[in-house]
Design a protein around this ligand. Structure first.
Ligand SMILES: Cc1cc2nc3c(=O)[nH]c(=O)nc-3n(C[C@H](O)[C@H](O)[C@H](O)COP(=O)(O)OP(=O)(O)OC[C@H]3O[C@@H](n4cnc5c(N)ncnc54)[C@H](O)[C@@H]3O)c2cc1C
Length: 271
C-alpha cells in the first residue's frame, strides 16, 4: 500500500466538505471492497473518508409501502431485522446469503450498491423491487442508478444516505454460486408488484445488473414457472469467463428464474 490520509467524518456535511478539500478522496464504509483493491494497487485514493461514525447513515425503517435502509446498515442487520423479514422476507434472506459471517458483519448496503460489482446480490434486490437511492444531493431511481460494471450514476462526492425499496406483493431470489469466489455466478430476483412482474439478473450481464424483459412479459401473461419454458435467453450480451460460458449463463438465468418463481417469499441458494 502507499500513503493515504484517514479522516473520521462526524456528519454528512463534514464528509462532503472533506471530499471537496481533498485531491482524490474515497468514502470508506465497511472497507470490504475498497481496502482489498487498495492493497492490490487497483485504487489509490489520496484520502479515505470514514462514514461509519455518522449516525444519520444508520438504521432501518419499514413503512406500508417501502423498506428504507440507511447506507451504513450492514448485511447482518438487514438479515436479522424483524420488520424487513415481515415486509420482504426474501430481501432479508438475500442479505443473509451474502459472503460469509465476516463479510456480513462489515459489508454495507451503501458500499455494495456504490461498488456495483456485476455479481453482487443487493443490486438484483434493489433493481428487482424498484425504488430509489437518496443521496446528499438528490434522489436516483433504481432504473437510472446502475450505469455499467462497477459504475453508477453517483457523481464525485455524492454519498448514498438511504436506499428506498418498494415493497412487492411477493418476491423470490435464486442464485448459483461460483465455486471459488462464492459470489453469484448468476442470481435472479423476481418481484410481483402492483405494476407487473420485475425480474432482475445479476452475475450475467456484461454491463452489470439488468432487467430481463422477456421473463417479465412471460410471467405477466401467467405467473407460473411453466410460462418460462419456451423463453430463449440470448447469450449475446452475457459474461463469458473462467467460471462459465455465456451460453451456460443464459440457461442458468431461466433455470434460476423458475426456482425463484417456485419459491416466492424465500431464497434458493444453489451451491
Ligand atoms: C470475501 C468476500 C466475499 C463477498 N461475497 C459477496 C457475495 O457473495 N455477494 C455480494 O453481494 N457481495 C459480496 N461481497 C461484497 C460485500 O458484500 C460488500 O458489500 C462490498 O464489498 C462493499 O463493501 P463495503 O460495504 O465494506 O464498502 P467499501 O469497501 O467501504 O466501499 C465500496 C465502494 O463504495 C463506496 N461507498 C461506500 N459507501 C458509500 C456511500 N454511502 N455512498 C457513496 N459511496 C460509498 C466506496 O467509496 C467504495 O468505492 C464480498 C466481499 C468479500 C470481501
Amino acid at each position: 500500500m502507499y500513503p493515504t490520509k484517514y479522516h473520521k467524518a462526524n456528519s454528512l456535511e463534514q464528509a462532503f466538505e472533506l471530499y471537496k478539500s481533498s485531491q482524490d478522496a474515497s468514502f470508506l464504509s465497511g472497507g470490504h471492497t475498497l481496502l482489498p483493491v487498495m492493497k492490490q494497487g487497483l485504487a489509490a485514493p489520496s484520502d479515505l473518508i470514514d462514514l461509519s461514525f455518522i449516525d444519520e447513515l444508520k438504521g432501518i425503517e419499514v413503512t406500508p409501502q417501502t423498506v428504507v435502509i440507511s447506507s451504513m446498515t450492514r448485511h447482518m442487520e438487514v438479515a436479522g431485522n424483524k420488520d424487513v423479514i415481515r415486509a420482504v422476507p426474501c430481501l432479508a434472506a438475500l442479505a443473509g446469503s451474502i459472503g460469509d459471517r465476516q463479510v456480513r458483519f462489515k459489508g454495507t448496503i451503501g458500499g455494495s450498491l456504490a461498488n456495483n460489482d456485476p455479481a453482487a446480490d443487493y443490486p438484483a434486490g434493489f433493481l428487482g423491487l424498484g425504488g430509489h437511492v437518496e443521496t446528499n444531493l438528490r434522489s436516483i431511481a433504481a432504473e437510472e442508478f446502475f450505469v455499467s460494471m462497477f459504475q453508477t450514476a453517483l457523481k464525485p462526492g455524492e454519498i448514498i444516505k438511504r436506499v428506498h425499496l418498494s415493497i412487492a406483493k411477493s418476491a423470490g431470489y435464486a442464485k448459483f454460486r461460483a465455486a471459488a469466489a462464492r459470489y453469484s455466478m448468476v442470481g435472479v430476483f423476481v418481484a410481483r408488484t402492483e405494476l407487473g412482474t420485475r425480474v432482475a439478473v445479476t452475475g450475467a450481464g456484461q454491463s452489470g445488473v439488468y432487467r430481463e424483459k422477456s421473463l417479465e412479459a412471460a410471467l405477466d401473461q401467467k405467473f407460473d414457472a411453466t410460462s418460462l419454458e419456451s423463453i430463449q435467453i440470448s447469450p449475446q450480451d452475457l459474461i463469458e469467463d473462467m467460471h462459465a460460458s455465456s451460453v451456460y449463463r443464459a440457461n442458468l438465468i431461466k433455470v434460476l428464474a423458475k426456482h425463484a418463481v417456485l419459491n416466492m417469499g424465500g431464497i434458493v441458494n444453489l451451491k
